[in-house]
Design a protein around this ligand. Structure first.
Ligand code: HEC
Length: 176
């Protein structure tokens, strides 16, 4: 009887172990809050929106200070409708992409410039509940497809807030 009990205990012990070990290994491999998702921006969890390259043009911009870049600012259908109707604040679901390129001289024609290397792409995504503490906007900056670091993302809203609070924190106006 005692031998049977010992054997039973051993068997039961193995059974418990064989169930628990793979589960523990699985848990260790899963993402936790501490492991950042490589595809989304820190702080906001914004990913590169699918199809953004096909969005419509809101405006272009050009910076001659330290960057010397050409930029195109594109919007999804929701924000384009709001821009045209002059609706402010922009509705939830609005998305803006800012594409930037180093300015390159066009070799076929002096004085003409064209887009060169693209150093980064940036997005703003409106969700007034999820991003209530940053004016309803989630921000994402990507360099070579990878999100920039947390410090960079903590800088986004303060600058937009300081300069364009009266335009729903968006600099870009609809180009005539
Ligand atoms: C020091 C100020 C400053 C900081 C910091 C900043 N921006 Fe901007 N942002 C601007 C200015 C100025 C423009 C408009 C001119 C241009 O095209 O660059 C702009 C435009 C944008 C636009 C196009 C929509 C709009 O507001 O016109 C997006 C998208 C954007 N920024 C995303 C970001 C993200 C993401 C971050 C943080 C990783 C960020 N910005 C940080 C100043 C800033």
């Amino acid at each position: 009887m005692r031998r049977f009990a010992v054997r039973f205990l051993l068997l039961a012990g193995f059974a418990v172990l064989s169930l628990a070990l793979p589960a523990a290994a699985g848990a260790a491999g899963e993402k936790t809050a501490a492991t950042p998702d490589p595809a989304v921006s820190p702080v906001f969890g914004v990913s590169i929106p699918e199809g953004y390259r096909g969005w419509q043009l809101i405006a272009v911009s050009h910076r001659t200070d330290n960057k010397d870049e050409l930029r195109a600012i594109l919007g999804n259908d929701i924000i384009m409708k709001a821009y045209r109707a002059k609706t402010l604040p922009f509705p939830d679901g609005s998305m803006i992409a800012k594409l930037a390129w180093k300015r390159e001289p066009m070799k076929e024609f002096a004085g003409a410039w064209m887009p060169g290397v693209a150093p980064r792409i940036e997005f703003m995504v409106k969700d007034s509940k999820k991003y209530a503490s940053t004016g309803g906007w989630g921000f994402g900056r990507f360099i070579d497809g990878k999100p920039a670091d947390e410090a960079a993302h903590k800088s986004c809203f303060p600058c937009h807030q300081a300069n364009v609070k009266d335009h729903d924190f968006v600099f870009t106006r609809y180009a005539p």
